[in-house]
Ligand binder design. Structure first.
Ligand code: PMP
Length: 417
């Protein structure tokens, strides 16, 4: 059954109040657009239900066995027996939830454990856990940069980074995606005195491209700015210790943001830092203070998973092998991809427009493959794509089947010859 967003019940019928006073009338455009897509016979790409999840790479969707290639479950930790055991034990010992903020009654034994696991993983002195990665960005950006100071961010930044800027009171300056030159130019135009925070991402999640962090961090330092890097899509498999693109490029940065919802395989967010005053963030950060902390079972699974990721060299190798095989296979068939080389564990297949993307997405789903369909505003302007995120636990046979399904769907829809 199709639950999720009740698209079939979305109605454009006149509202019971005058249209100019109906706050819901602003959604008419969105409702009409969705209706038009569904009327063309396409399944709603944003209302998929996982009826059963069998492993990090397999689920049942619409009654069909489906390979998962759009989950961010890069390291395949969701079914790790040690991770599951840690969660069950915490559930038994500490109950289902904390009923409160980290500041009051919501800090349990495993919140301390997971913060220690993060300090060990990153080799840093400070770690603060938030309820999601979204809230980590919201909290840290709005708390670090105050009125009269500056946040300088990449134009293609994740929504949580933009929302962190909107939540705070600093001046916001955007620079062209991955342009070192534009970053330098914009920093050069700012007054010297006020504090500045440059916000970057290691991997940009829509195209799967990586940032020239080495050059960007050098430019930021030259202008006296502090640097925060969101490493959501690199944890576990970039750099000698899996710390991220910044580690792979041999850099020190002031703050690293991450999430438990991708390589760690659960939910939660964090910031790590070596700054000696970092702990003070807990006293001032509203998205840390004014919300309930993560359930004990969640932080226990995260701690177990992070500790295992520290030595997951085999998984790392398998993930890169899978990513390279998929990138090479799709390139060979003639698909246009988000990056010329295999730069990360995200392979984005670029399509002409929404209809082509949705038709291709549906053909893949009906063949038994789930990928993410992405469109503006999540993607850069005018970009429609199918995003594949690869898992260490995909077998070589699954990657072969994925490529066969892409060939069949691509030819059927006319994306490739
Ligand atoms: N930062 C980036 C770059 C992301 O892609 C995401 C999630 N897609 C987040 C932060 C938010 O993470 P979470 O899912 O933990 O809220």
């Amino acid at each position: 059954t199709e639950t999720g967003l009740q698209t079939e019940t979305l109605s454009l019928d006149p509202a019971p109040v005058a249209p100019e006073r109906d706050l819901m009338s602003k959604f008419d455009g969105l409702i009409a657009e969705r209706r038009a897509l569904l009327d063309s016979g396409i399944t709603d790409p944003f209302a998929i239900v996982m009826e059963e999840v069998r492993s990090p790479t397999e689920a049942v969707i619409k009654g069909r066995d489906t390979i998962l290639l759009g989950t961010y479950n890069y390291m395949g930790m969701t079914f790790d027996p040690d991770v599951i055991a840690a969660g069950k034990q915490a559930l038994d010992r500490f109950g289902s939830g904390t009923n409160g903020s980290r500041m009051l009654n919501g800090t349990f034994h495993d919140h301390m454990e997971v913060e220690q696991a993060l300090r060990d993983f990153y080799g840093m002195t400070g770690a603060i856990v938030f309820s999601t990665g979204y809230m980590a960005n919201l909290g840290i950006i709005s708390t670090l940069a105050a009125k009269g100071e500056y946040v300088i961010l990449d134009a293609d930044s994740h929504a949580s980074i933009y929302d962190g800027c909107a939540q705070g009171n600093a001046e916001i300056v955007r620079f062209r995606h991955n342009s070192v030159e534009d970053l330098d130019k914009r920093l050069g135009r700012l007054p010297k005195e006020p504090g500045k925070l440059v916000v970057l991402e290691g991997v940009y999640s829509m195209l799967g491209d990586i940032a020239p962090l080495k050059e960007m961090v050098a430019v930021a330092r030259k202008h006296g700015a502090m640097v925060l890097v969101d490493e959501a899509h690199s944890m576990g498999f970039f750099g000698p210790n899996g710390r991220g693109v910044y580690e792979a490029q041999g850099l020190d940065v002031d703050f690293v943001v991450g999430t438990f919802s991708k390589s760690v395989g659960t939910v939660g967010g964090f910031v790590v830092s070596n700054h000696p005053k970092f702990e003070a963030v807990r006293l001032a950060c509203r998205p840390y203070i004014f919300t309930a902390s993560l359930p004990p079972s969640v932080v226990a699974t995260a701690a177990a998973s992070i500790r295992k990721l520290m030595t997951a060299h085999d998984k790392r190798d398998r993930l890169w092998r899978n990513a390279r095989a998929l990138h090479a296979g799709l390139t060979g068939m003639g698909f246009r991809l988000g990056t010329a080389t295999c730069d990360s564990a995200i392979v984005a297949v670029l399509l002409d427009d929404q209809v082509q993307a949705a038709t291709m997405w549906q053909a893949l789903l009906e063949g038994g493959l789930y990928v993410n369909m992405a469109r503006p505003p999540a993607t850069p302007a005018g970009t429609f794509l199918l995003r594949c995120s690869i898992c260490a636990e995909h077998t070589p046979e699954q990657i072969e089947r994925v490529l066969t399904m892409f060939r069949q769907a691509g030819q059927a829809v006319g994306v490739i010859g």
